[in-house]
Write a protein that binds this ligand. Structure first.
Ligand code: BGC
Length: 374
């Protein structure tokens, strides 16, 4: 069973709907190495009595509006490894012109940092990401910059082309990378948000993730006292795990969920699901609509009780599904989120869920209308 199919199963079980639902990797010491970093260098922020979001955080969550994930570019082991998809500045122009107000930028930092203390991020990679962020900000887009696919941190198998690090340093390295990222981007516009980690799961259970997130936000606050930080629950940012998320006592936090329900529809034919989900599933009948809306309703209820806004950071349907059904699904998710005043980001721009066809150099009208049309 792969991790993703586990995500699905876990989500079904948690929902109680099982039956009802269908650089340098050598690790050589660096000259700048100083004392070896340990977890003690990254104390956690106090948590357990979060004050609720500041009004500025609430306003920013609302302003994120309609977003799109620039996926499969920098979250691949190396840019271009997946579908030969390289970032283009034109993508930002097109996204902006179409009416998207936010881009979420998934980044696999872990494949571009030293394996040993002080875990220095490779400069050319850092500069490349900074360039993308700057170009997006220049176009007045909001940017949610995340940490994505640090496979070992979740206990997952490495991807092809991915470097391995000593198990003992996984968390310290994660925190050391955040210290560098936060310092580098500290002077950017407040339209830049940091998202601590995409879809924590497996090895990152509730306790492990709550502890790590509290340390990571503390590191960010060393250099970015008021920058909005995005944090999601475990089980792949599953709304059903919001109750287990122990928020740090910080008012500049937006909480994120992902929603791929109905999973049998959105992930049919996806190669990374084992066993493969049968194709030919359409969308959306009343049962499927209920599946699609349930996590959002749960998140909205959690949000009202805890006074932190929710951002729907990922949803989408894989290309194996019928295009009309994908458009219907996409419109239904957008409407459901917007009815609850939730900003969102579609997964993703130009790969196998893509709202944009990078070969044709044009948006796929059905999906684009479903996301941005009247
Ligand atoms: C992962 C992608 C995957 C998508 C849908 C994302 O969180 O990063 O690799 O395609 O979920 O399964």
């Amino acid at each position: 069973m792969t991790m993703i199919s586990f995500r699905h199963i876990a989500s079904l079980l948690l929902a109680g709907m099982w039956l009802a639902t269908c650089g340098d990797s050598s690790g050589a010491p660096s000259e700048e190495a100083g004392p070896t970093l340990t977890i003690a260098d990254f104390p956690p922020m106090a948590s357990g009595s979060p004050p609720g979001a500041a009004s500025t955080t609430q306003a920013l969550a609302h302003a994120l509006g309609r977003g799109v994930n620039f996926g499969n570019m920098f979250d691949a082991p190396n840019e271009g490894d997946w579908d030969q998809l390289f970032f283009r500045e034109a993508f930002l122009d097109e996204a902006h012109a179409a009416g998207f107000t936010t881009i979420r930028l998934p980044v696999r930092w872990s494949n571009h940092a030293r394996a040993t203390s002080p875990f220095t991020i490779d400069e050319p990679f850092f500069a490349r990401i900074e360039h993308v962020v700057d170009e997006a900000l220049l176009r007045e887009l909001y940017v949610v910059l995340d940490m994505h696919h640090y496979r070992q941190l979740d206990g997952d198998a490495l991807d092809y082309g991915e470097k391995s690090v000593d198990e003992e340093v996984l968390e310290v390295r994660f925190l050391a990378m955040w210290r560098q990222i936060a310092a580098r981007f500290a002077d950017k516009s407040d339209k830049l948000l940091f998202e601590l980690y995409n879809e924590p799961h497996a090895r990152l259970d509730d306790n492990a993730w709550n502890d790590l997130a509290a340390r990571a936000i503390n590191v960010v606050r060393e250099t970015n006292p008021e920058r909005v930080v995005v944090i999601g629950p475990t089980q792949w940012n599953n709304a059903y795990k919001l109750e287990s998320l122990k928020l740090p006592n910080d008012p500049y936090v937006i909480v994120m969920i992902h929603n791929y329900e109905p999973f049998a529809f959105t992930h049919q034919g996806a190669e990374w699901i084992t066993p493969a989900l049968p194709s030919g599933v359409t969308c959306c009948d009343a049962t499927q609509l209920a599946q699609l809306r349930a996590p959002l309703a749960l998140a909205a209820d959690w949000s009202a009780r805890h006074d932190y806004p929710i951002f729907l950071g990922e949803f989408g349907a894989y290309q194996a599904a019928d295009m009309d059904a994908r458009a219907t699904f996409t419109r239904a998710m957008r409407d459901a989120a917007e009815d609850l005043d939730m900003s969102w980001a579609y997964w993703e721009l130009a790969a196998s869920f893509g709202v944009y066809d990078p070969v044709a150099g044009a948006f796929r009208a059905e999906l684009c209308d479903a996301l941005l049309g009247p």
